[in-house]
Design a binder for this molecule. Structure first.
Ligand code: HEM
Ligand code: HEM
Length: 290
């Protein structure tokens, strides 16, 4: 399947999910607005929308299914036999989607009442979800090959050199301008990890403007044709990105390593508590439609 097809699929299912949740919220508004202790008085609504109600319980199953589905990425990543099935980066997109959708659905399943051990687990789930977003930001700053695996330092330097060569050979950019281009990225030397992370954010915020400035200068000096412009722009942008990533790589890799160390045990704990929740509720006789 083409790379973009996965994006279209995810956009489509996201729109459908958001649409359905808005519709469901409008149906349950009166029930959810009622204080928890009085909800049982609305017996008809309670039978439908409480965590053990017909629809509420069904949503719980769907949320749990999503929670289990996000482990597919982890299985695909660690099980070498599955290497050939799709790119890792595409699997990660589904992991993220399930990781955001599952807590959302779980809130509707719980009718926004988070008590007991499972209530604590719900907040742990939200923490893992938010930490996942931070992890994704860091992940995006570690240069990767097309298959989603990390590049070695040698591959990164080769790619950077290729971009520079292509600017020189294909677009005739003079070596003094190539040097100037490289100097746009400050060398951070032995700065602390925190300072490197600060620079990472600043680089990301300023890059678009920086690329625009360089393009303007180069266009005036070298005059690129409109056909060449998008390739020229992409090459300059990639060159700047590579230089910036190389400068902060050590700090990002360290933080990402520690991020994994914290993120994983939480994820395993959630998995265990969720399994326990399912086993317990079923053993207490909450068997939904079965
Ligand atoms: C991601 C998945 C899930 C999460 C985060 C979750 C979370 C919760 C929470 C926070 C509650 C409310 C606790 C309370 O009222 O004190 C609850 C209740 C409940 N959940 Fe889940 N749940 C999930 C999946 C499931 C599944 C798959 C089932 C079906 C086996 C299920 C069955 C129930 C039942 C029957 C209740 C009501 C228990 C009662 O009224 O005492 N849940 N769940
Ligand atoms: C409750 C939801 C989630 C759970 C239980 C979960 C669980 C996990 C686990 C166990 C890993 C470790 C994979 C490994 O062994 O290398 C992981 C990695 C990751 N997760 Fe999640 N995750 C959740 C939500 C999210 C969300 C919402 C995002 C982003 C929006 C996200 C982004 C990531 C990223 C970027 C990685 C690192 C990928 C890698 O190094 O290969 N996760 N997640």
């Amino acid at each position: 399947m083409k790379r973009n097809s996965h994006n279209y699929i995810l956009i489509f299912v996201s729109l459908v999910t958001v649409g359905l949740l808005i519709f469901y919220s409008s149906l349950t508004l009166n029930y959810l607005k009622t204080p928890v202790a009085e909800r049982y008085l609305l017996s008809e609504l309670d039978d439908l929308y409480s965590p053990s109600g017909l629809i509420g319980h069904g949503i719980g199953f769907l949320a749990a299914l999503f929670m289990f589905m996000l482990w597919l990425y982890i299985i695909r990543k660690h099980w070498n036999r599955l290497r050939g099935i799709g790119r890792l980066s595409q699997w990660l997109k589904y992991h993220m989607w399930f990781g955001i959708a599952a807590p959302l659905l779980a809130a509707y399943h719980a009718a926004f009442k988070f008590e007991g051990l499972i209530g604590v687990m719900y907040w742990a789930m939200i923490a893992v979800m938010l930490s996942g977003i931070v992890g994704r930001y860091l992940y995006g700053h570690i240069p990767r090959r097309r298959d989603g695996h990390e590049m070695s330092m040698k591959q990164m330097n080769t790619e950077k050199a290729e971009k520079l060569r292509s600017l020189q050979m294909e677009f005739g950019i003079a070596s003094e301008d190539i040097n100037r281009l490289q100097q746009l990225t400050p060398q951070l030397g032995n700065r602390s990890t925190l300072s490197a992370l600060y620079h990472l954010v600043i680089f990301d915020m300023r890059r678009r403007h920086q690329v625009k400035q360089v393009l303007l200068e180069f266009e005036v000096k070298y005059g690129a044709g409109p056909m060449d412009l998008s390739f020229f722009k992409a090459t300059i942008e990639k060159q700047i990105i590579m230089s910036q990533r190389l400068v902060v790589l050590e700090a990002v890799s360290t933080v990402f390593h520690w991020w994994h160390v914290i993120h994983k045990p939480f994820a395993y704990a959630i998995f265990l508590v969720l399994t326990l929740h399912i086993v317990l509720t079923i053993s207490f006789g909450f068997t939904w439609i079965f």
